[in-house]
Each structure stands twice: as structure tokens, then as C-alpha cells.
Design a protein around this ligand. Sequence first.
Ligand SMILES: [Zn+2]
Length: 183
Amino acid sequence: MWPWTHVAFGYLLYTGLTRGRSGAPPGDVATLWLFLGTQLPDLIDKPLAWTFDLVPSGRMLVHTLFVAVPACWLVHRYWRRRENPEYGVAFGVGYLSHVFGDAIGSLLLGEYAFVRFLVWPLLSVPVDEQRGILSELATADPTLSPAFAVQAAMGLGIVALWAYDGAPGMAVVRRHLGRGRNR
Ligand SMILES: [Zn+2]
């Protein structure tokens, strides 16, 4: 999955969860924790593999459930102690949706070796052939395939849903940008 696909998938799950639990859309700060959770696994594993060449795969050290689950638990515990458990829930949904989102793509393609990262180091992971997002983009299919059209339509639908929810997260960003400008 691409970074923006992880954001969209995580947001879809999280807004469904919050609406199911309370009937309300996601909160501002919680949505930012969700976005962080959807990106963190790649922000750590991809540079370690592709930039520093320390590990063979960009889905390994923090993509495995043996790290993902304790990490989500720790963040949730931290925010529960500060009486904001929702931030921890949002982070956990984002993080786990990233990990399972990576696995779903490979499962659907029948590339089961690329699902083994979920239980690394119990099972080994294949070495990445692509070594950067730019090279992935360069080799991506440039034609407007039906799969791409469906993904783009779904992405636009989720952006519309986020806007309908009141664009949660934007108020915090705007506040910080405003503060920076006033300095
Ligand atoms: Zn990933």
C-alpha cells in the first residue's frame, strides 16, 4: 500500500469505529494520532531497509505483530494514564490497519511469502526488490487500469467522508500554523 492508501484505509476504519461507538465523527487530536499510526511502521522500517541497508525488507522490525501489538498497548496505556485513552485507540487503529493493510494486498495477490512479516522472526521475510518509493513510482503501471480507477474513486470517497466529518485534525494543524505565523 502507498502512504496515502494507508491513511485512507485507517481513516475509514476509525470513523466507522467512532461512529459505531458514539455516533460522532473522530476528534481532532485523535485523528492526528490515527494518521501517525498509519505512517509510523513505514517511517521506521523503510529507511532502515532502503536507506541504511540494515535489514533486508521494509516490512520487518516494526511491521511484525510481535512489535506492533506491544507498541499499540504501550501508547494506549500512556494516554489512558493521561485520561485521553481515545488517542491511544486512534493510534492503535492506525498502526494495526497499516500492518494488516500491507498483508491484505499480498494475500489478495496470492503472494503469501509477503505476508510472513506479520510473524517475523518466527518466519523469514523475502528481500525487497524495490529499494525506494521513487523507484516504486517509476515502475508503477502508468496506464489507467480498472484497479487504479477503483482505488482512486475509493480514495476520493474517503476524502469526501473526511470532509463530511468536519475535516478532523485540520483545526489543530491550522492552530499550529497560525501560532507559527504570529511569532
Ligand atoms: Zn508498511
